[in-house]
Design a protein around this ligand. Sequence first.
Ligand SMILES: [Zn+2]
Length: 290
Amino acid sequence: MKWDGNRESDNVEDRRGDSGGGGGGFGGRSVGIGTIAIALVASYFFGINPATVINLLSGGGGITPSQQAPAKAPPANDEAARFVRVVLADTEDVWTAQFRAQGGNYVKPTLRLFSGRTETGCGLGESATGPFYCPADQKVYIDLSFYKLMRDRFKVEGEFAQAYVIAHEVGHHVQNLMGISGKVDAARRKATQTRANALSVRMELQADCFAGVWAFHANEARGILERGDVEIALNAATAIGDDALQRQAQGQVVPDSFTHGTSAQRVRWFKRGIATGIVSDCDTFKARQL
Ligand SMILES: [Zn+2]
């Protein structure tokens, strides 16, 4: 992936090294181990913030973050942070143009780098659950050690796979701005678990498709893709499909419990996005076949 020298976003805040969260529980609300287990499963990998799930399960309405020191920008000589800033800037440029073309206004998200745990508008975020997006504060959260996990545990490496992770989370931000997240959350609350999972799968596959839309336009404008990059992203999508994850975790596959989509589905929707760059091609909610 070619990115060196491209614009860097100012919307990255660096909270690595902060103690974060003040320890203990999710915002002081009392939740059972079962609830936490469900939340962790529901949010496995880069899904919904577990704290959001816990809030839904326990009927809560968000947790107010306590006072924190002001966020700072990452140091300029930090290569990993610079990469994140360039990818975020690239998503800003693409989505600003996409929204403008539809007469809309793209509100840029903030991306927070953290280590371990951090307070978010959706409760306490933990690196163990992977990168996530919080609709309440419109921030993407990522602990960069996730990239090491991708490499060591799932054998996925390469800059474009790392960029895909960020673009997927930004895809959730786009869903939020489009009002899709709100509608889906409301529907999920009234639905059976199976139906709620099915809706979650469609949300995730759409975020994959949006990541593809970003890659299409970023490549058109800035020629970011190098030979093998698309395969790298497809490998990432394959490695993190629910079926692949479940097979690795428990040796069997339980489709009803899928919340992200199978490997084949994730690959298909990313491919669809990157093939045309057309946002309306990503309507996973209307699709008969995922
Ligand atoms: Zn996701």
